[in-house]
Ligand binder design. Structure first.
Ligand code: AMP
Ligand code: GLY
Length: 427
């Protein structure tokens, strides 16, 4: 098979890496890709526009397109490619709304009794009503922009003053542009977060191993939200009892509901969950693989991952294509100093050559090549991932952090507590 992976981050490097192991693979293209994906396939620069992607697919006999990020999915790239008879892993625009509109996701969950935080919705003509509603709120309250906001559209407010500021930021200052023309105000959920990825053809699904992201910039989950500072898999907070609940109360009713709504979801359904004292509740759905969860989860997937994706894209999910032999993986994200605020780019990265072992994979995210050097080109730069056959998170952490101590770029920063919550739970 000839495969095209779209995207340039750590998630896409991990997808390409896993696909590159398939016996079914002939040629692997990544667009635009990064220096990491250049080592396992061919990076191609495509002119923007759906038509250009379709033309590339036809010229290169592409059998499957795997769309990494949410934006093109929400904009209907999968629909367009399918209309050109190109096979795609990823949902149609109508199904991607589950991530593209929090209001839609909430309505869906309410209609199909999927456990989630209680909420109320307001649009920008209801600024005053939202303010009145918040006056007597039992804080904290979570205020979310309805549309895509690159992971930044969530504000947790501890009191009315913070809530008023959040409303002003969204409705008046338009901090999230059109994504904030509608908001959700929802109850703050207490518990531990975890992520579940379901690969689905819309009818049937395969759950990949559970994982846990670390969203805040600072150790101990402090400071600003980021795209994700690290992940490990599996997440012990997801016990087998909780996993059963996630399947029966969340994944199955949502896939069923999406079908009934005429929005059959095929691709990767990402459930961001809070494991509360009342059981798992949905924080958000994403319409694609998580980043950095994918970097920790895919190394633990055995069998033929490409076969699984192709079968999902073909509407006949082959659940036996993959297996789950166990093990542990931890991915620690190295970022450029200042991220998620402003940060420098173009910093030379040293020490990458010393990190290639059987138990270590350095996934590239914000990197680019300048002559023979690798330099930083984004906030999240690398995902240093340790993978063990045995279930030993402590050892995996030691390996990952050992590798990080050999990698250097100016003002490099990473959290030193990735996976600590799981270790505390074990002890
Ligand atoms: P989201 O972009 O929806 O994933 O939200 C970003 C982060 O905000 C989540 O990973 C949670 O840590 C936090 N968050 C969002 N919604 C809630 C909620 N209802 N209760 C508690 N924390 C939340
Ligand atoms: N790790 C969070 C996300 O992919 O949205």
């Amino acid at each position: 098979m000839n495969v095209l992976v779209l995207g340039s981050g750590g998630r896409e490097h991990a997808l390409a890496w896993r696909i590159s192991k398939s016996k079914l693979l002939k040629n692997l293209f990544i667009s635009p890709g990064n220096p990491g994906t250049a080592g396992i396939g061919k990076n191609v620069e495509l002119e923007p526009g759906k038509q250009n992607i379709a033309e590339f697919c036809k010229t290169n006999d592409i059998d499957l397109v795997v769309i990494g990020p949410e934006q093109p999915l929400v904009e209907g790239l999968a629909d367009f490619l399918r209309s050109e008879n190109i096979k795609v892993f990823g949902p149609d625009g109508k199904a991607a709304e589950i991530e593209g509109s929090k209001s839609f996701a909430k309505e869906l969950m309410q209609k199909y009794s999927v456990p989630t935080a209680a909420y109320k919705e307001f649009d920008n003509t209801e600024y005053g009503d939202a303010s009145v509603y918040l006056k007597d709120y039992k804080f904290p309250a979570v205020i979310k922009a309805d549309g895509l906001a690159a992971g930044k559209g969530v504000i947790i407010c501890n009191n009315f003053i913070e809530a008023e500021n959040a409303l002003k930021e969204i409705f008046v200052e338009k901090a999230f542009g059109g994504a904030g023309s509608k908001i959700i105000i929802e109850e703050f959920l207490e518990g531990e977060e975890a992520s579940i990825l379901a690969v689905t053809d819309g009818d049937d699904y395969v759950l990949l191993p559970s994982s846990q992201d670390h969203k805040r910039i600072g150790e101990g989950d402090t400071g600003k939200n980021t795209g994700g500072m690290g992940a490990y898999s599996p997440a012990p907070v997801i016990t087998s009892r909780i996993l059963n609940e996630i399947e029966s109360k969340i994944i199955e009713p949502v896939l069923e509901g999406m079908k009934k709504e005429g929005r059959k979801f095929s691709g990767c359904l990402y459930a961001g969950l809070m494991i509360t004292s009342e059981g798992p509740k949905v924080i958000e759905f994403n319409c694609r693989f998580g980043d950095p969860e994918t970097q920790a989860v895919l190394p633990l997937v055995g069998g033929d991952f490409l076969k699984l994706l192709y079968s999902a894209a073909s509407g006949k999910l082959d659940k036996k294509a993959v297996n789950f032999p166990g093990g542990t993986a931890v991915c620690v994200v190295a970022v450029s100093g200042g991220y998620p605020g402003s940060y420098k780019k173009g910093l030379e990265i040293l020490g990458l050559e010393d990190t290639d072992t059987a138990e270590l994979i350095v996934f590239h995210a914000g990197t680019s090549r300048k002559e023979y050097r690798i330099i930083t080109s984004g906030g999240r730069v690398l995902g240093v991932t340790a993978v063990l056959k045995e279930n030993d998170l402590q050892k995996a952490r030691t390996l990952a952090y050992g590798a990080l101590s050999r990698i250097k770029f100016k003002d490099m920063y990473y959290r030193r507590d990735i996976g600590i919550k799981a270790l505390k739970r074990e002890s």
